[in-house]
Ligand binder design. Structure first.
Ligand code: FAD
Length: 284
């Protein structure tokens, strides 16, 4: 189908994009890579009268070292993240999850910020952002503010962004001495996660000192599997201990039913995938 008619602007600064968004009100939408928005427009599930293209704002693109954290511009493509040495060194979980997103065509157009702002519960980058305690820098008419990953995702396809706000960049604390893995289950012909697991562990003297586990598509937003994390602390990273901890993965989850799976099957997947993710993260 063909989208409804819309006006198009392509500002070159964040401030002018925010102004354009505020002036147009509810009738406007920003567009990043267009990989999720364009299908929505073509199916006429949304018909904004104005599109504000973020693709010509240099300050929103690229990865840089912010000291104790990485600064990832919202308009950085999945492809650029995959090949970025800073991400590989300090936030490996994001690279590993990005490697599983879609196909090369989508990864060349789709953006890190677009995926997070879209807030699809099956999106693969939300759980890593949560596990890494990322901070979201958003800009609106009242200036900039920082939102934690735990507060950014509010519900299915809903974030803490106000109508006049743009996600500008994401600050990801460096996790250099952690090891990580992202494991997901998906259809062969479709990369979207039916369930995904982001796992990170930090060992000290042969025992797990810290663990972060975040789940994709096990609720309306990404959630931490805190019962698994608690069960891991102080344990040796043996296959037996990791599997026993992973048995808690479905606790506190509320997955939905769709054409791929019902809640009971998703909960089974969460346990199996958590065990696999932990085994790979811990190098067992
Ligand atoms: P857009 O489509 O441009 O925007 C999406 C939404 O976010 C819009 O509402 C837009 O207004 C808003 N938005 C975008 N950027 C900002 C911003 N900076 N500030 C505020 N609001 C913003 N994703 C996965 O995680 N895993 C997969 O396996 C996967 N498979 C895919 C397969 C296909 C065939 C396709 C087409 C997409 C797939 N995706 C997958 C989605 C892909 O990762 C998209 O890149 C992502 O969902 C949206 O990013 P985008 O940059 O294209 O955003």
């Amino acid at each position: 189908m063909i989208p409804a008619a819309f006006d198009y602007v392509a500002p070159t600064t964040v401030d002018s994009a925010v102004r354009a968004l505020a002036e147009a009100g509810d009738e406007a939408k920003v567009i990043a890579g267009g990989q999720s928005l364009l299908p929505v427009l073509r199916m006429r599930l949304a018909a904004p009268t104005k599109l504000i293209d973020l693709g010509r704002i240099p300050e929103m693109r690229g990865v840089r070292d912010g000291g104790d954290h990485l600064v990832i511009g919202a308009m950085t493509t999945h492809y650029d993240i995959q090949s970025d040495p800073l991400v590989a060194e300090h936030a490996e979980l994001i690279k590993l999850a990005t490697d599983t997103v879609a196909d090369p065509q989508v990864r060349h157009r789709g953006t890190f910020g677009g995926s997070l702002a879209h807030a699809d519960p099956a999106g693969d980058l939300l759980a890593p952002a949560l596990a890494l305690d990322a901070r979201f820098i958003v800009s609106g008419m009242d200036g900039r503010r920082t939102v934690s990953a735990a507060d950014f995702f509010v519900d299915f396809f809903t974030t803490a962004l106000h109508q006049d706000e743009i996600l500008v960049e994401v600050h990801v604390p460096k996790h250099t001495d952690w090891t990580a893995h992202y494991e997901k289950f998906h259809r062969v012909a479709q990369a979207w996660s039916i369930v995904g697991v982001a796992a990170m562990v930090r060992a000290e003297a042969g025992k797990i000192a810290e663990a972060r586990i975040a789940l994709t598509n096990m609720a309306s937003v990404p959630i931490r599997a805190t019962a698994v994390e608690d069960a891991l602390i102080g344990k040796q990273a043996t296959a037996e201990n990791l599997k026993a901890a992973a048995e808690h993965a479905a606790e506190g989850t509320s997955p939905t039913t769709d054409g791929n799976a019902d809640p009971a099957y998703r909960q089974h997947l969460a346990r199996v995938l958590t065990s696999r993710a932990l085994t790979a993260a811990a190098g067992v």
